[in-house]
Design a protein around this ligand. Sequence first.
Ligand SMILES: [Ca+2]
Length: 304
Amino acid sequence: MLYIDAKILVRAPWFRAGRAAALAGGVLLTTGAQAQLTLLPSGPQIGTHVGNLVNNGSFETGGPGSTVRFWATGTGATPFGVPPGWTSSGGPSNYASWGRDGGPGPRIRSSDILPHGGNALYFGNGQSATLSSAPVFNASGEVTLSSPPMTSAPFALPVVLTQSVATHLAPAASYVLSFWISGESSGFATAPGTDGIFGLRVTNTQLGDPQRYFVVPGGGPSFGASHRFEFSFTPINPSLPVTLEFTNWGHFSLGAFGFAGTTELVLDDVIVNPVPTPGACGALALAGLAAAGRRRRGRWSTGR
Ligand SMILES: [Ca+2]
């Protein structure tokens, strides 16, 4: 089976550190009829490479390492190469790159230091993105928009990365989605930073497969230089996979709303883990942790 072994789960530092409370809530309260995608509070990392259902989630397989390839299908930039396991799309002018560059690092496009290995994805798509109204950057890292972002010429299309993840072959009561986000120049930015926006869709977890929006940390005081986003989710139809979809529209031009031009998405270390169904004793233990240990801690990286 591809479950996280329960013994590994209990030994994991995050489980002992109190963040289990939020995950326990997801494990105990959701069913297939209550499918959801819940952003977890910041805290010690939950996702583990052991039991990761994502194929090439760290972009290390086939990675170019100390140089870059251009990965968003549709680009005219060369050399071209899509990370194995993933599907990509973009406009002809996109310059989304895979690997690492600059330093000291590893980093890509002067991001924060990569959390795993020596390859990550930069979603470069130019100074072309706009919004019809002001975004709201919530403290959780989720961004509230009144209408979808737009990408204008010459880039025309957003840069999109997708992978179907076979959760249906690893049945579980719930799953953890974990990934690391930084931004172009975020590792060297000075306050107030230029936080950006990216899109996340996880199909088969919310009715209508809505796209949601989250901050790309720009190195400023609010969100730091990088962040690991983690979610709990339950598939609507457990006999089908879920699809991860990451979208960058480009640097947003938000001067009309009082914001500076924004940074662009850097992504690494994508993980999906099944969470085993706790037995009666396990459920009681988790409930106890939830009651006694619930706390919320800010852990936005301040850059390094
Ligand atoms: Ca990596």
